[in-house]
Design a protein around this ligand. Structure first.
Ligand SMILES: Nc1ncnc2c1ncn2[C@@H]1O[C@H](COP(=O)(O)OP(=O)(O)OP(=O)(O)O)[C@@H](O)[C@H]1O
Length: 235
């Protein structure tokens, strides 16, 4: 048997995981090695458990049973799909990250605002930003925490092609600068553009995982085949 732990420089091992909600098991992963090398995409139907898995990997939620162990000293940053803004400027909203890490200084904040392309909107009210601009703000906040693993929940949902391209560029830059990324997405073309490894989740279980190329050309499970067919029809 292949020892999966030798295949990746950085990985997360899940053992005996269950996450329950309202008497229902929403995540059930007896054993999995999740690569945290470069970019991994988490795909699957609505309600499959992708967001729950990202929250679990971040430590935002605890499993009801089982363990999550990292092969590295993890410093994660999770960007969820809907992040509320306070009624203040973009800069003030980004600066809220100082609540998490008070050592982040004003210069670093200005640099990140520029890096994510929000310099011209730094003093604009954040609650009036477009969906794409909000997502850039959230990525900026994540970057400031200097994570070595960034967890992104549908980072380009509801974004137009131009904003999607800009956010994808930021994601690629993250890996170039030493942060690995695990993201969820319903956009299969995006997954093929960005990711090297796939986790296919269905009904709370990791049904299939592996390198992106073979997954798309030759999925092994009937659940993955069905999902890919449906997504390609509706794309
Ligand atoms: N806090 C919660 N309380 C109750 N049920 C929850 C909670 N969070 C998630 N669930 C349920 O767990 C299941 C998995 O949800 P999750 O958001 O992880 O799926 P997902 O794959 O990210 O879905 P989508 O693609 O629609 O965002 C769903 O059936 C959802 O209703």
């Amino acid at each position: 048997m292949v020892n999966m732990t030798n295949l990746f420089e950085k990985f997360i091992e899940l053992k005996g995981i269950t996450v329950n909600s309202n008497g229902r098991t929403i995540l059930n992963i007896p054993h999995a090695i999740i690569p945290a090398d470069r970019i991994t995409a988490c795909i699957g139907p609505n309600g499959a458990g992708k967001t729950t898995l990202l929250k679990l990997l971040d430590g935002l939620i605890q499993p009801d049973t089982g363990t999550v162990s990292y092969s590295f000293a993890s410093k994660t940053s999770l960007v969820l799909h809907h992040t509320p803004m306070i009624k203040a400027s973009t800069k003030t909203n980004i600066s809220l990250v100082k609540d998490v890490d008070p050592t982040i200084d004003a210069r670093a904040i200005d640099q990140v605002i520029e890096r994510v392309g929000l310099k011209g909107l730094a003093n604009s009210p954040a609650h009036k930003l477009s969906a794409g601009e909000r997502q850039k703000l959230c990525l900026g906040r994540a970057i400031l925490q200097k994570p070595n693993l960034v967890l992104l929940d549908e980072p380009t949902a509801n974004l137009d092609p131009n904003a999607t391209e800009q956010v994808e560029k930021i994601i690629q830059e993250l890996t170039q600068q030493g942060s690995d990324v695990i993201f969820s997405s319903h956009q299969l073309a995006q997954v093929q553009r960005l990711a090297e490894y796939i986790l296919f989740i269905d009904q709370g279980e990791i049904k299939e995982k592996g390198p992106v190329g073979p997954f798309f050309t030759n999925p092994e499970t009937s659940a993955a085949k069905r999902y890919l067919q449906q997504e390609l029809i509706t794309d």
